[in-house]
Design a protein. Sequence first.
Length: 83
Amino acid sequence: MKVGEITMTKHNQHVVPHPDGWAVKPAGGSRPSSVHETQQQAIDRGRDIARNQGTELLIHGRDGRIRERDSHGHDPCPPEDKR
């Protein structure tokens, strides 16, 4: 990397409970990138961001625990297709 060169860090996206509904937050971020009335709306937006960035979407339940993961990046150990 050259001096003065700017690099954009890719962060996984998290769908988390928020006082106004559900939020999409980048990993390590203090502020949500968006807030939605329903979890499904937040999931849809978070999935779009994760696809565009080639990162992972982590969906949290109301208790704050991760309940689902959706990877959109390079997975060195992808799951086998069972079809």
